[in-house]
Unconditional design. Structure first.
Length: 208
């Protein structure tokens, strides 16, 4: 089967299988690879911005609902509390700021990375699902380990797309950049502490 990607379909299916297993999505793996749903898999490639963060949610809040409210696609991960995919870099940065404000006392770590990502689209239980896989996802997850608590890290590709707009939705934030040869290699957003009366809540984005 031609995929339009730089790998044959068998190699892509193997990479997808490994991603689902490593990310803990064992039920999805079983439903997809041990049933007729296997024949519905289609592969593609797209540019997307990935938001990886610590989990801001209480145990009784559905993480899928957060993704829906932020207009993102939730991706499986055992490395991060949240791994969300966005079509636009600005939406990913804005959502990272929202997530920081959801849990201001916990000093969450977040990282936003923009990559060309491989995806698999398939049908399960009457619903179309999409899972990202490949080195780009691993890189996005690895970026979180380098982030200080209470900080949003912005990768060079995301900063190149947005520039000074990364702070549009948080004018009170401190924004720092690292550069090499006049090129920004990393940017960081740190929100100031919020007064109790001003703290955002889950209700603010319809999670309660």
């Amino acid at each position: 089967m031609a995929t339009g990607l730089d790998q044959p379909a068998d190699a892509l299916r193997e990479a997808l299988s490994e991603r689902l297993i490593r990310s803990g999505a064992l039920e999805t793996w079983s439903d997809l690879f041990l049933s007729g749903a296997f024949d519905t898999i289609r592969f593609g490639s797209t540019t997307c911005s990935l938001l990886v963060s610590d989990d801001p949610l209480d145990a009784d809040v559905d993480p899928g609902l957060l993704a829906k409210r932020l207009r993102a696609t939730a991706q499986p991960s055992v490395v991060a509390g949240q791994l969300l995919a966005f079509r636009e870099a600005l939406s990913a940065v804005r959502s990272a700021i929202v997530i920081q404000r959801l849990a201001p006392k916990r000093r969450l770590r977040s990282a936003v990375s923009t990559f060309q990502c491989k995806f698999a689209r398939f049908e399960l239980a009457g619903r179309t699902q999409e899972v990202l896989f490949g080195p780009a996802i691993e890189q996005a997850e690895a970026a979180l380990a380098q982030v200080a608590a209470g900080t949003i890290a912005i990768c060079p590709a995301t900063y190149a797309l947005l520039g000074d707009r990364i702070g549009d939705h948080a004018p009170e934030a401190m924004i720092a950049t690292e550069s090499a040869n006049d090129t920004v290699t990393q940017a960081f957003i740190t929100l100031p502490p919020q007064r109790a009366a001003a703290m955002s809540t889950f209700a603010g984005i319809g999670l309660v």
